[in-house]
Write a protein that binds this ligand. Structure first.
Ligand code: ATP
Ligand code: ZN
Length: 296
């Protein structure tokens, strides 16, 4: 579809649940995306990168064929595509922490479910036949899989299938249709995928640069910068409490012999309990600050 112009292409969902998060992530990574929401592509001003806005179902194909070197897509869509492939043609470069959901088997509330064997010989409607078949095979169950492209939750009421296998986040849609989830086929979130096709050296360098920036954004989302004061004898215990911090910086406090300022980047969530523990260990004047940018 694209001649090799030396520009890198990233496939993102055009509209839908992942669309805005995907753009925001790329913006946070420093890409200045030209507007043009209804176009198929958008140029990035400050890098030789183009975005392609497509249906999420097409993203695995585009990345596998290296029409786009990168893509942002749900693990569910990716694994369904992969279920039909002998060898993966892309790598999952990073889980992105948004678009969380799970592919679940659900049964009518009145059904007395006793484990996967209850599905034997039944009809199950789903948009994910590959993943459902894999799940059934893993449990040694034979059932017939009815492929639907949408409104799967209506299948039991329409008499198409007794059970469904559908994406669930809050469970409200299932509940509204009198269905209860009984098995988890796959836990999913959006992921960054990267083609396995070899890239020209210039493109490979750009791809690595982009990937490092995205990693940086992901790292800062959870990370916090902590500053506190502590007496010397408390430093060891405090270092053990700081979540995900490597080698904190310890600086002597002017005019207070035996007292130090401790600065650390914590790469895990910092909770109130953590602060209470730090205080109990002897820390005072504890400050927790967000991190704006980070490159690892
Ligand atoms: P497209 O027009 O791009 O084909 P779509 O209708 O297939 O869009 P969306 O409903 O926008 O897709 O969902 C995109 C992705 O969002 C899903 O593949 C899944 O990874 C994730 N997702 C998160 N929560 C849910 C949910 N409750 N239901 C469906 N998908 C969800
Ligand atoms: Zn889709």
């Amino acid at each position: 579809m694209f001649a090799d112009t030396g520009r890198l292409h990233i496939a993102v969902q055009k509209s839908g649940r992942l669309a805005q998060y995907s753009r925001d992530l790329l913006r946070d990574a420093g890409l200045r995306i030209q507007n043009g929401k209804n176009e198929l592509t958008a140029r990035v001003d400050n890098f030789p990168i183009d975005l392609m806005f497509v249906r999420d179902d097409d993203i695995p194909t585009f990345v596998a064929d290296a029409v786009c070197e990168f893509g942002i897509v749900g693990r569910n869509v990716l694994e369904e595509f992969g279920a039909g492939e002998a060898e993966p043609r892309f790598d999952v470069a990073a889980p992105l922490g948004f678009g969380r959901c799970a592919l679940k088997v659900a049964v009518p509330e009145s059904f007395d479910y006793r484990g996967p064997e209850s599905l034997a010989g039944e009809r199950i409607a789903t948009s994910y036949p590959g993943l459902l078949r894999r799940f059934l095979a893993d449990h040694g169950v034979e059932a017939s899989v009815v492929k639907m492209s949408g409104a799967v939750e209506l299948a039991p009421r329409l008499g198409i299938a007794r059970f469904v296998c559908d994406l669930v986040s809050t469970g409200a849609t299932l509940e509204a249709n009198g269905l209860v989830p009984v098995e988890t086929v796959l836990e999913s979130e959006a992921v960054l995928v990267r083609t396995r096709r070899p890239l020209s050296p210039a493109k490979a360098e750009l791809a690595d640069n982009l990937f490092r920036r995205i990693e940086g954004v992901l790292a800062t989302q959870e990370s916090k910068y902590i500053m506190l004061n502590a007496p010397e004898e408390a430093l060891g215990e405090i270092a053990d409490i700081l979540p995900g911090a490597e080698a904190p910086t310890v600086i002597p406090l002017a005019g207070r012999p035996g007292h130090y300022a401790v600065h650390a980047v914590c790469q895990e969530s910092v909770f109130w309990e953590t602060l209470q523990k730090l205080k109990a260990a002897g820390a005072s004047a504890i400050l927790v600050m967000p991190i704006e940018k980070m490159m690892l």
